[in-house]
Design a protein around this ligand. Structure first.
Ligand code: DGY
Length: 320
């Protein structure tokens, strides 16, 4: 009998077909609405494999309901939505999708940096709202990017791809990471620093680190106070790494100049969130990896990981 797989969101038809060749597939069909928890709790009982997104909380309570689950395949590189310890204890394989989204996410991070520094969204709104009456010397002036200093917090795959882009803009590159990356230092002519020095010296601080108990609230009031008044914070990693209320205060009081955010503690961010009242924040709905080609690759890789685990082979990317 074919193994049973549950997919928590409508994914491209070719990926479903690929899974159906080997599995009995059930899928949550309601487009763009996360599967309700009670439905997921029901479905997980008899599933051998779960294909899920970062919108699902795969916690111990949920895993306890599964009777024969072998694998949780997350269609994301981040896996902070999954209780890894609980999965490990239960002998459930967890997989993710690194690699295929690296360049696309680095592109978006650099685009967000540029949009924030040069006030692109604000300028576009200015024009559309009919505020553009004349050209004037200091109108909508932003910060330069070329030859500025970028501080990259987290030097994994995406951090390194961001450094590659920063080189192209003749930027001075600093980075902070748990371990030093000597080869990358050489390749991108970048300097390793402690976090406080990076915050003090950078014009752009880019958060590129995974979300773990150690990085929760890594950037709070103290860290923001170390940044330059002209400094810009960019976060395309995970919301919880930056304390949002402290960021709001720092932006409002002019302690830092601006922020570009693709991720939030609570997603979707509530429309009455104080951050959304500020002009000097560019906000995006978690679209770091959102190119058509990359999202297809992520879905395909997540399917491959799932199938390999169900066939008792080693998946391409195993978290645990
Ligand atoms: C991930 O993969 O973790 C991103 O946040 C979404 O692509």
């Amino acid at each position: 009998m074919k193994p049973a797989v549950y997919i928590t969101r409508k994914i491209p038809a070719e990926i479903v077909l690929k899974l159906e060749e080997h599995c009995q597939v059930r899928m949550w069909y309601q487009e763009d609405v996360p599967v309700p928890r009670d439905v997921l709790e029901q479905e997980i009982r008899h599933a051998d494999g779960l294909f899920c997104l970062l919108t699902e909380t795969i916690d111990r309570k949920l895993l306890d309901k599964s009777e024969r689950l072998k694998v949780v395949s997350n269609m994301a590189v981040g896996y902070n939505n999954i209780d890894i310890e609980a999965a490990k204890e239960k002998g459930i394989t967890v997989t993710n999708t690194p690699g295929v989204l690296t360049e696309t996410t680095a592109d978006l991070t650099f685009a967000l940096l540029m949009a924030t520094a040069r006030r692109l969204i604000e300028s576009s709104d200015y024009l559309r709202n009919g505020d553009w009456k004349t050209w004037s010397p200091m109108q909508l002036t932003g910060q330069d990017i070329y030859r500025a200093t970028i501080g990259i917090v987290g030097m994994g795959r995406i951090g390194a791809s961001l450094a590659k882009r920063a080189r192209g803009f003749d930027m001075n590159i600093l980075y902070y990471n748990r371990s030093r990356k000597y080869e990358l230092e050489e390749e991108f002519n970048m300097k390793y620093t402690d976090l406080d020095s990076l915050l003090r010296e950078s014009d752009y601080v880019c958060i590129m680190t995974p979300y773990t108990p150690e990085t929760k609230n890594l950037i709070g009031a103290r860290e923001l106070s170390l940044m330059k008044k002209t400094g810009i914070l960019i976060n395309t990693a995970r919301g919880g790494i930056v304390n949002e209320l402290e960021l709001f205060r720092a932006l409002k009081e002019g302690e830092i100049w601006a922020a570009g955010l693709d991720v939030f503690e609570q997603e979707p961010i509530s429309l009455d969130h104080p951050l959304l009242t500020l002009q000097n924040v560019v906000t995006l709905p978690h679209i770091g990896s959102a190119s058509i080609r990359t999202r297809m690759k992520m879905a395909d890789l997540a399917a491959d990981n799932l199938l390999l685990a169900l066939q008792n082979q080693t998946p391409k990317y195993v978290v645990v």
